[in-house]
Write a protein that binds this ligand. Sequence first.
Ligand code: NAI
Ligand code: MG
Length: 351
Amino acid sequence: KKFEVACMPGDGIGVEVVPEAMRVLEAVAKIHGGLMFSFDTFYWNCDYYVQHGRMMPEDGLDRLSQYDSVFLGAIGDVTKVPDHISVWESILTIRREFEQALNIRPAKIIQGVHSPLVNPKDFDLIVVRENSEGEYSTVGGKMYRGKDEIAVQNNFFSRRAMSEAMHYAFDLAKKRKGHVTSATKSNGIYHSMPFWDEVFQEVSTDYPHIQTDSQHIDALVAFFVTDPSRFDVIVASNLFGDILTDLGAGIMGSVGIAPAANINLNGKYPSMFEPVHGSAPDIAGKGIANPIGQIWTAKLMLDHFGETELGDLVMDAIEKVIQSGRTTKDIGGTLSTKEVTVEILSELNNY
Ligand code: NAI
Ligand code: MG
C-alpha cells in the first residue's frame, strides 16, 4: 500500500517538527513492510507570500487535492505577513475548500507530564467538533432597535452536519471505551440545542451497544477537570468544541504535544493533519521545539488511513519517551527536537 502525502511545513517551528514526524512515518513503514509513504513537500508559507504576494500558487488547492492527505506544520510569521492573511489564505482556505467538516482532537494525560488535574490518569478522551457551521455562522447582523444598537447572531445547525459528526463520534467510540457524551445547552439555547439533542437521540438508536450521556456544556467543563473518567468520546458543536479542545490541550501539560485532524467526510478531498500549536516564533530556530505534537498528529493520520496498529505503536513510543523524561524543555526535559525523535525511533526499533 502506498500513501501520498502533501507536506506543508509552514513557518517557524513547523519546518523543524514536520521532518521529524516524516522520519517517524518512514520508520513505521519499514516495520510494516508492505507500506510506503511518498512525501512531496510544499514550502507555501510567509516567505512564499513575500516573494509571490500570496500564500499558495493559484493552482495550489488543485495540486493538494491530488494527495491522500495534507500534513501541515504551522503557519504564521507576523514579521512578514499579518496573521489574518497568512492563516486565512492557507489553513482556513484548505479547511473550507476541502470540506473538512470535522475537527478531531484527542486529549490525554501521559504519565510523566505535570498536569493540574487531581486524577490525571483518568483523562483520556477525544473531542469530535463539528467544524463548518453551528455558532460560527454569518447569519445575522448589526442593527438598531429604537436608538439602541444591537447585534443579532444566528446559530446555524443542519441535521446533516450534526448527524455526520455524531455518527463519526459513535464509530470512534466503538474502537475505544464505547461511550459518547453529547455537549449540549438545551436548557438555555432555545432552538438549536433541543434540535441537537433530538438528532443525538436519533443517531444513538443506531448504536445500541454504545453508552450515551448528554451534558450541558457548563457542567461538562467542570467534570473535565474534576471527574474526567466520565468521558471517552465527546461530540460538540463548533463553539463548544473549540472551547473544550483548548481546555483539553491546556490540561495535557503543553501545547507542544497536542495533536489535531481536520476530516473530510465525503471523500471528495483530502483530510488535513496539523498539531494544535502554532509556529512558536519565540523558540523557532533554536532546535528545542517539542516534535511530539507533530508526531502524535502523524499517528492520527495513520489511524485515518486505517493503519491503527501502526498508530498504536507510535503512541506507545511517545508514551515511553515521555514517561522516562526523554523530552524537551516545555514538559520538563533537556533534549533537543532531534534528540526526542531519535528516542522515539529507538523505541520503534524495539518492535
Ligand atoms: P504558538 O502555539 O505558536 O505558541 C504558544 C506558546 O507555546 C509559545 O510560548 C511557544 O513557544 C509554545 N509552543 C508552541 N509549540 C511548541 C512546541 N512544539 N514545543 C515547545 N513549545 C511550544 O501560538 P502563538 O504564539 O499564539 O502563535 C504564533 C504564530 O503561530 C502566530 O503567527 C499564529 O497565528 C500562528 N498559529 C498558527 C496555527 C496553525 O498553523 N494552525 C495555530 C496557532 C497559531
Ligand atoms: Mg481555539
